[in-house]
Ligand binder design. Sequence first.
Ligand SMILES: NC(=O)c1ccc[n+]([C@@H]2O[C@H](COP(=O)([O-])OP(=O)(O)OC[C@H]3O[C@@H](n4cnc5c(N)ncnc54)[C@H](OP(=O)(O)O)[C@@H]3O)[C@@H](O)[C@H]2O)c1
Length: 255
Amino acid sequence: MQTKMLAGQVAVVTGASSGLGVRFAKILSEAGASVALMARRTDRLDAVVAEIKAAGGQAVAIPLDVANAAAIGPALDEAQAALGPISILINNAGVAGEGRALDISIEDWDATFAVNTRGVFFAAREAAARMIASGVAEAGKARIVNIASIAGMNVLPGVPAYCASKAAVISITKSLSREWARKLIAVNALCPGFIETAINEEWFKTEGGKRQVQSFPRRRLMLDSDLDAVFMALCGPGANGMTGSVITIDDGQYV
Ligand SMILES: NC(=O)c1ccc[n+]([C@@H]2O[C@H](COP(=O)([O-])OP(=O)(O)OC[C@H]3O[C@@H](n4cnc5c(N)ncnc54)[C@H](OP(=O)(O)O)[C@@H]3O)[C@@H](O)[C@H]2O)c1
């Protein structure tokens, strides 16, 4: 039998209770990794863990609110105690941060950054410290994949906080990749285009949302599976010579 690409490795996926995070957790498991799924809605995490186990994989559900930065380290320790040393972190948890510039409250602005930006930075830092301490980094297997967005490079009308929070994720990706280059921790960012998930499904039911889809060159939304191949490359040997990269996969939506 052929050995799976990520056999023996341990991955953490934040925001694994819905949408892209569920997909990421499942394909990491299919590639042989043990997966710690983290988010606030533990009933949903438990359901995904059950699916992964039924398919023959190994997974645990760990409650985490990434806006509570102090809770991230203990959650990673729990993952390591259950599964072993973490080699892959997927910083995927995110919120829509809706609200036009004249309307958004200070609280909503801060809440958007607490999840989309601060959560990403501190999860990366806590994971990197553990990757270094366990020797996973020195072995060249440490991978951090930050899920940014095309919103980090383009202006999406009506969501300035979201766009700024994702632009900051791109900047953080580059800073961390530089700082940890000689530690051999690969830090890369993926910038997906629009994929229908809970974060935007209401919008795409509206006339405005339908018009937006018609404005895309291919007149369609993407599928979550469109990210699979590049995502997996960033998690495994495909990223051996790759750090600080920011990769757009958007079906040409923002060409
Ligand atoms: N869908 C798209 O078109 C698209 C495009 C580009 C980028 N993205 C990015 O992809 C990522 C995943 O989004 P999605 O489309 O899959 O949306 P989604 O279905 O709404 O999933 C968002 C996930 O983030 C988690 N989350 C939110 N706040 C959290 C918190 N405080 N602590 C921990 N987890 C939290 C949610 O879990 P709980 O609520 O259970 O905590 C959920 O699992 C986000 O970073 C998003 O910005 C999405």
